[in-house]
Design a protein around this ligand. Structure first.
Ligand code: ATP
Length: 134
């Protein structure tokens, strides 16, 4: 019998990946957590961050933008607002997004801005740049 996890990452637009994995590590709102086969069932909200999984000795990284992870003994389902593998990330686009967010946050000295929204956009861009550089 296989003792691998089944990992599925889905977003509103697509099934990003459906694969077996030996371990999956996710950016939970209460900190990063790792899941192995047979983990007790649980549900966690996710932060904007990096997730990764290892399968047959190879580690794959994804940028995820919030959502949640549901774990049963043999399966982990990540439902995210957006998720991309490093190879799918448009680095120039992420740099532009980072620059826009930084400018907006700098405007906060003189204007009322939606701080949380600009800060989340900045974090998405930073995580994408990190994952793209792996
Ligand atoms: P932007 O301002 O560049 O649109 P964003 O952070 O607002 O960035 P999201 O709302 O998180 O973008 O994502 C919208 C869609 O675009 C999602 O499907 C996401 O996977 C994709 N996406 C966003 N940024 C990138 C990127 N740099 N490279 C590839 N896909 C991206």
């Amino acid at each position: 019998m296989s003792n691998k996890l089944l990992l599925e990452v889905v977003t509103p637009d697509r099934l990003v990946v459906s694969t077996e994995a030996d371990v999956v590590v996710c950016p939970g709102v209460e900190g990063q957590f790792g899941v192995l086969f047979g983990h007790v069932p649980f549900l966690s909200a996710l932060e904007i961050g990096e997730m990764y999984y290892r399968d047959a000795g190879k580690t794959e990284y994804l940028a995820v933008s919030g959502g949640f992870a549901e774990v049963t003994g043999s399966k982990i389902t990540v439902v995210a607002e957006a998720a991309e593998f490093g190879r799918e990330i448009d680095v120039e686009r992420a740099k532009r997004a980072r620059e826009r967010a930084e400018k907006r946050l700098a405007m906060a000295r003189t204007e009322a801005i939606d701080w949380a929204r600009a800060e989340a956009a900045l974090r998405r861009a930073m995580v994408r740049l990190k994952v793209a550089s792996r």
